[in-house]
Design a protein around this ligand. Sequence first.
Ligand SMILES: NC(=O)c1ccc[n+]([C@@H]2O[C@H](COP(=O)([O-])OP(=O)(O)OC[C@H]3O[C@@H](n4cnc5c(N)ncnc54)[C@H](OP(=O)(O)O)[C@@H]3O)[C@@H](O)[C@H]2O)c1
Length: 355
Amino acid sequence: MTRKLMIKSFSTMRQVILREPGPRTALTPELVVFSPNQDLQDRQALVRVAACAVAYRDIIDRTGGFPFMNKPTVLGHEVAGVVERAAADSKLKAGDRVVSLHWGQYDGEAWPSPFLHKKAMKSFLGLTCNGGYAEYMTAHDSAFVKVPSPKQWTAIDAAPVMSTFGTVWQGAVVRGGLTKNERVLVTGAAGGVGSSAISIASRLGAYVIGATGSVTKKAAFMKSLGASEVIDSSSGFSKSIGGVDMVIECVGAPTFSESLRALKPGGRLILIGNVTNANAQLPLGLCIVKSLSVIGTDSIEANELPKLFDWLDNEKLRPTVDKVMSLEEAVEAHRLVEERSVTGRIVLDVNSAIW
Ligand SMILES: NC(=O)c1ccc[n+]([C@@H]2O[C@H](COP(=O)([O-])OP(=O)(O)OC[C@H]3O[C@@H](n4cnc5c(N)ncnc54)[C@H](OP(=O)(O)O)[C@@H]3O)[C@@H](O)[C@H]2O)c1
C-alpha cells in the first residue's frame, strides 16, 4: 500500500476579522498564516476573493444581530471570486468565476432556509462560516453560483448582484408577480437593494415611486435609475401617494405602517429588510378588508441567479457602485453605510485583477 504524503505549504493572506460583535472599530485588518492546499471536505470549495460588497446586513452582523454567529468571524456575504481548488466531489472546478449566495442552498431546495437545514446553517456566510472580507474563503460549493458570462462582468459589479437585484427579483418578480403598469413604492430606494428595485421595476414597465429620508440629496440619483416620483419617507406618506399595487419594503419597521396603508385593495407588500431591531404592528382588520398580502422574502434561489445575470446582460443593467474601497478600509465603509450616505453599494476591491 502506498501512502501519499501531503506537504502543506503555508502562505499569508489579508483579512478583516471580527472577534466580538461591537462598534466599527471591532473590525480588525490583519495578516494571517494560511494554507492554500488545506484539506477540503464535503464538496467544499476554496475561493480566491476578487471583490466583496458591504451591505446593511454587515452592520447587523457586526453589531450582534444574529445570536448564532461563530466568533471570531470574517464578515461579507456579497462575494465575487475565482475558485482556487475544489473537493473531488464538488460541482465547481479551479478557475470558475463565482458569486456567493447568503448560504449553501444544498442544490435545489424549494425554500432554502438555513433555519430549517442543519447543513445549510453551517455555511451562512459571515456568520457561521467565514465570508469575503479576506483574500480567500472556504465554503460548501452550494454557497456559490457560477456567473454565466463572466467576461461581460467585472468582479466589482458582480459581487452585489445576488443580494441587491437578486432579492428584488425573487421577492417582487418571482414571488410578487410584478407586472407592467403597476404602481410600485420602493422604500430605502437609494440604498443597495432599493436602487436595484427602482431599476428592475422601471425596466419591467412599472410606475415607480422612490422613498428616501434625503430627498434633496438623493432624488436626482433615484430618477436617473427610473423613479417617476421621489417622496420623503420620514413623514406620513400613505395618503399623499395615491395608492400603489406593490411596496418593495427595504426599510422595515420605520416605514412599514405607512407602506401597508399606501396599498390599494389586493396590494402586495414585499418585505425585504428591517434596518432596526424594532418590530412592526400588523393591522389585521386593514389586511382583511383590503385583501392585502405581506410577502417576506429571503434573497434569491440558486437556480434563479444565472437567469437574473442573463436578464441584466440583456438589459445592460449593472448595480450602482458608489465607491470602490480597499479591504483595509472596511471600517470606513461601515461608517458610510451606517450614516446613510451611500447611494447603491460600496464594494471592497480585495483583488479584482484576478477575475
Ligand atoms: N431579504 C433578504 O434576503 C435581504 C437581502 C438584502 C438586504 N436585506 C435587508 O434589506 C435592508 C436594506 O438593505 P440594503 O443593503 O439595501 O441597505 P442600504 O444600502 O444601507 O439601504 C438602506 C436604506 O434605508 C434607509 N434607512 C436606513 N436607516 C433608516 C431608518 N432608520 N429609517 C428610515 N430609513 C432608513 C436609507 O435610505 P435614506 O437615507 O435614503 O432614507 C438607506 O439608504 C436591510 O435590512 C438588509 O438587511 C435583506
